[in-house]
Design a protein around this ligand. Sequence first.
Ligand code: HEM
Length: 510
Amino acid sequence: MFFAYLGGIVFLIISFLFWYKFIYSPYQFFKKFGLHSPPTVPFFGNIFDIFKLGSIYALEKWSIKYASINYAYRYYIGAQPYLAVLDPDILKEIMIKKFDNFTERKKDFGFMTEIRKKANINSMLLFMNKQDWKRTRAIITPTFSTKKLKMISPHIERSCDTLVEIFSDISRKNNSAELWRIFGQFSMEVILATAFGCQVNILKGEENSLTEAAIGIFTPNLYNLLSELCTQIPFSAKFFGLFFAKRLKLTQHHSTARNFIFQVINQRRLQSYNNTNVDFLQLLMEAKAEDDQICPGSKQLTDEEIISVSLFFLLAGYETTSNLLGFTAYLLAMNPDKQDKLTQEINNYYQCNKDSSLYDAAHSIEYLDRVINESQRIYAPGSMTFRECENTCTINGVTIPAGCTVMIPIQILHRLVEHWEQPEIFRPERFSPHEKESHHPMCFMPFGAGPRNCIGMKLALMEAKMCLTSLMRKYKFERAPDTQVPLKTRIGITQSPVNGIFLRVLSNVF
Ligand code: HEM
């Protein structure tokens, strides 16, 4: 009898502790500071709304209902507390002025961490902790200087030439074509060439072990869904990781890519006397932090670090850039007057600069810059980013507790009616010098902001500008019967078209 009572009491105590630790306590996080959030479900927080509506749309709904003061509102993903901030002045404090208190981004994506561990790949730059990030970023920043990017631009020009040939075939057929897939092949070809000096012809259908692995990493499948789920449900990443990570094709693709890069590094080290490679891998092998950079640890990257950094370039640069090109083509087709203006500007430039290189042309046409900015404002390819708060602080009346993840909804900021007149309209003139002054700089951040912004920004812009300049000299895009209007997009961390982008391509040259 005594033992039955004792057992009952122990059971009650354990149940109470379980309830307190996992069901009650995590959701008191904001309440302790007198702040509100939408109603939560134990273990899941607010993820059902996110699954039902999509993250950005759920945030839009909450922003109307819960953005109490200064356009900031709170929610939970699993048990992790989030604060979404829409106020540009607060964002300036977080991303720039108080950067030291908001240096880290977000805990790693659970399931992908397990996959990378199994594939022997180090932590990615995106999720690095403060110390590791400071050192790594200081070493690799010079790799993205204008001079070095110009050195690798011939790789991009080569793929632009192939793309022009492909578009010539499409224009002759006079049917619509799915351009998003073609821009995807283009950007994969460019990133493999610029990152690893790998001369592949993906646009012409050729493959090798690295391209197969790279394509495999980006092909959506059940496991991607699983990994999405694991980022939301607490403790599930370890659980699923234990059972699946070793057996997944995705892990094999990561291993193949890793081993490929490892072999290339070894070969280059052996042939160091006649090494003429001009690509990121080579630049990373030679990269060294400047002497005046305060960074603890070695000023050079180890081979394992080079592998994880260069692999991350592949992940970060592929989808975002192809989405940018696809969205821009769609917006130009839907706004023929803006497209004509761009073509005119490109032709004018070449009339005055007949022997200009593609690199120089792409960087001299101001209207192209405005078109690309406006395209990214309407469809931000990187639709959100994050910062972790290290120490509790209050900014413009909003308390941000330590341990809280600040969510920066880039796509929403780009369309706020308070800051953008008729935000749904494509008008590149918004970015002309005199109009540019009229909007808050923090309301336009396709590449993030502050010291932890996108390191690949100049590369992405160089690629997009060179690609559009070479295409628009010869072709124009036109709306076809199967063009989806309005375009449906899928918004996660990145934004992509749900059903591709179907357009006609017509020759400009008669
Ligand atoms: C149109 C193309 C691209 C877009 C829209 C884009 C957007 C972004 C955004 C929004 C962030 C987060 C910034 C922040 O938190 O403030 C980011 C981070 C990053 N991006 Fe990009 N990106 C693009 C292309 C690239 C390319 C081509 C590369 C590399 C070759 C790259 C490498 C990175 C890296 C390494 C980070 C993490 C930086 C850090 O934590 O220090 N991105 N990108």
